[in-house]
Design a protein. Structure first.
Lengths: 163, 163
DNA sequence: TATTGTTATACTCTATAACTATA
DNA sequence: TATAGTTATAGAGTATAACAATA
């Protein structure tokens, strides 16, 4: 079975010779590993969310609306790292489902602001509880050290996104 | 500007009240943060790789071929977390571009094995050097502690993929 | 019957190009 | 002219369903 092959190699982790001294790895190698991990985790997350009512992009946008408050689609597109036409679609889906609502910009007639609705907040909370259960469960089977390592890395990873 | 809004909130990181004591967070919250981060990093990576000759899926598969040696498409699809028809396409693109080659299975006429070619190895190395430069550069502008945190978390994240 | 891999088809997400409306 | 947002269209990546070949 595939996983047997895989696990028999975990001593070498992703690249031959990449494990062992974490601090001795150069940035290029860390970058290579990180990139592969992100790709796989992303596909893993997608497969778990297949039957969710909200796509990961929608959840992520809603998440930002919750955190940032009213914001323009263009500003949100920059934060979410998608182009404006993509954000148009994401926003449209949020509006259609009463997860977000528009408010007019005071001075600029071109712009409008989007904000999360109470329903959107409910759905976000529900989605967190239900759809992330598998990830929380997966995390719970790691060692306390692993969980701690991941938690500490989250902020560093977030800052990478912004570069 | 969007990022100004964003950064003005980083004290609270992703969720209000989620930062501070890393160890006090419950798994549900860590899962929520991790999921959002993975999604954004994944989109960030995609935008950087837009003009690469290889997709992230292709690179990831090639990476596995390098690490695991000859393997069947079905086994590889399990490792890469895609369905067999998707792997058929990924493998076809690798074969077309002389990045991988087929070898026959000794006993099972249905199966064949795929392995990386010398050309595939060259391309993989070249891609690592050139296309990951931005990520290595981004990493280099983090603090040593952040880099260390990320490095330590990689193995824990990898084990999550396998669950 | 079960498994390996392929073909046909469709869906989701995202992008680029061209456009409208306002500043 | 420049900016905010939309529409039209296309491409990449993935999935499901149905199939062929072999075990």
């Amino acid at each position: 079975m595939a996983n047997d092959i895989y696990y028999s190699k975990t001593q070498d982790f992703l690249r031959p010779g990449s494990s062992g001294t974490a601090y001795g790895e150069d940035l290029q190698n860390i970058a290579a590993d990180l990139r592969i991990i992100i790709g796989r985790l992303s596909r893993r997350l997608r497969s778990e969310r297949q039957h969710s009512e909200l796509s990961l992009s929608q959840i992520s946008a809603l998440f930002s609306l919750e955190r940032l408050g009213p914001i323009s689609p263009t500003a949100l597109s920059k934060i979410e790292r998608v182009k404006p036409p993509s954000m148009t679609k994401i926003v449209a889906s949020l509006l259609e489902n009463d997860l977000a609502q528009k408010t007019h910009h005071e001075s600029d007639g071109r712009q409008f602001l989007i904000e999360i609705t109470p329903n959107g907040q409910d759905i976000l909370n529900k989605d967190r509880r239900e759809k992330e259960a598998w990830l929380a469960k997966a995390l719970s089977s790691l060692t306390a050290t692993d969980i701690s390592d991941i938690t500490k890395a989250l902020r560093a990873l977030e800052s990478l996104v912004e570069m």
